[in-house]
Design a protein. Structure first.
Ligand code: DC
Length: 215
């Protein structure tokens, strides 16, 4: 049987990973968090004191790096870095790493390789528009910046991270701008993607909207 590919795209904090993980379980398929891959490269840059503005250095490092996503774990050169990639420092630098075309080529190769091996649901920014333009199903999740910021704020404060709500909202807006305006494979809704506004909706509601389209 042909592998199933489901793309879940949208801006930061729209609920993509939460929804994608549940759908993956429901359908018994693999889940790939493509944002985690860009975060892992960013983490390695920071660990190695690479200046993110120095594109050539970032590209060189990315070429010497092994990234994988398996069983809900992100691997950086063979080590699981699930926690480290969520730091505020990584979050505020990742969009500038993800805008580098050569870095994207490397990550997209890994994503396509995994996607052609198994049935998968991938969450990201360019999955339906660039990585898998022929995906079986494409969804584009959106929500207001205030709602997205509040969700991130809740996640962070529950983990004990001290932040201001407005700073989290501002950071999300800034990342959206960088992600949407980059030249290569920007954050964009694929023409044939189904848009779901998750503002004010429960996780269950959104999961059901997605599953109803698939089944
Ligand atoms: O989904 P996230 O917040 O973990 O994504 C981190 C960053 O990576 C985000 O700023 C945009 C970028 N990204 C991307 O450019 N393309 C993807 N397919 C996934 C994420």
């Amino acid at each position: 049987m042909k592998n199933l590919v489901i793309a879940i795209d949208g801006p930061a904090g729209a609920g993509k990973s939460t929804i994608a993980k549940i759908i993956a379980k429901e359908l018994n398929i693999n889940y790939i968090d493509t944002g985690a891959m860009y975060r892992a490269v960013t983490l390695k840059c920071l660990q190695n004191n690479i200046n993110i503005e120095d594109e050539a250095a970032v590209i060189k490092l990315a070429k010497e790096t092994e990234i994988d996503f398996r069983d809900n774990n992100i691997y950086l050169d063979g080590n699981i870095v699930n926690e480290e990639i969520r730091s505020i420092e990584v979050t505020s630098n990742v969009s500038n790493v993800a805008k580098i075309k050569e870095v994207r080529y490397l990550m997209v190769d890994v994503q396509r390789e995994i996607g052609t091996r198994n049935s998968v649901i991938l969450d990201g920014r360019d999955i339906g528009s660039y990585v898998f333009p022929n995906a079986d199903y494409k969804f584009f999740l959106i929500a207001t910046p205030e709602e997205r910021g509040s969700r991130r704020y809740k996640e962070l404060t529950e983990k004990g991270v001290q932040v201001k709500l407005q700073d989290v909202i501002d950071d999300i807006i800034k990342r959206d701008e960088i992600d949407s305006s980059r030249e290569f494979a920007p954050l964009v809704k694929a023409e044939d993607a189904i848009e779901i506004d998750t503002t004010g909706k429960s996780i269950e509601d959104v999961v059901n909207s997605v599953l109803n389209r698939i089944k």
